[in-house]
Write a protein that binds this ligand. Structure first.
Ligand code: ZN
Length: 182
């Protein structure tokens, strides 16, 4: 396994629509998934899409949280990572929520992004089994963010408020408290 270089905002690969993986049994598929998982964990990310490692294919990996588990109790739980090939998602509610998001391709910055509360996602795992599940809250947010990468969409074009974007330390200082008060 190896840690891959992450494409940063401005690299055209991040704006391309990724193509479907035609034959998931090609050896590169398992290799790239292993490398993406390692790259994501190394960068302390919670999701990563193949275009972010300069590969314009429909593959995403993301941290999977069990019920009652959150990012905060990190040390006590084992990290689970799900990989999805050729994923599809649909919202199963019209309800949305706004939350602060970051992206490994836009390091150091946060933006307030509107996402659907609950989604259904479907895709193939590395063995070719169909995975079909529902997700809500943070988990749903992560998957919507990663799926967007496959469409060439970055969260900065989905800001809930176009002023609500900036360096993490300034957002912490001047925005998060304000939003929590509301
Ligand atoms: Zn991202």
């Amino acid at each position: 396994m190896s840690i891959l270089k992450i494409a940063k905002l401005g690299h055209p690969v991040l704006l391309e629509q990724a193509t479907a993986v035609k034959n998931i049994h090609q050896p590169f598929v398992k290799q790239i998934i292993d490398d993406m998982a390692q790259t994501m964990l190394d960068a302390k990310g919670i999701g990563l899409a193949a275009p972010q490692v300069h590969l314009s294919k429909q593959i995403i990996v993301f941290r999977t949280f069990e019920e009652n588990e959150s990012i905060e109790n990190d040390e006590t739980t084992t990290v689970k990572v799900t990989a999805l090939i050729n994923p599809k998602i649909k919202n199963i509610t019209e309800e949305t929520n706004n939350e602060w998001e970051g992206c490994l391709s836009i390091p150091g910055m946060l933006g307030l992004v509107k996402r659907f509360n609950k989604i259904e996602y479907e895709g193939l795992d590395v063995k070719g089994n169909v995975i079909k599940k529902q997700a809500e809250g943070l988990q749903a947010r992560i998957i919507q963010h990663e799926y967007d990468h496959l469409m060439g969409i970055l969260y900065i074009s989905r800001l809930a408020d176009n002023k609500a974007f900036g360096y993490a330390e300034e957002i912490e200082e001047y925005w998060k408290k304000k939003y929590e008060e509301k």
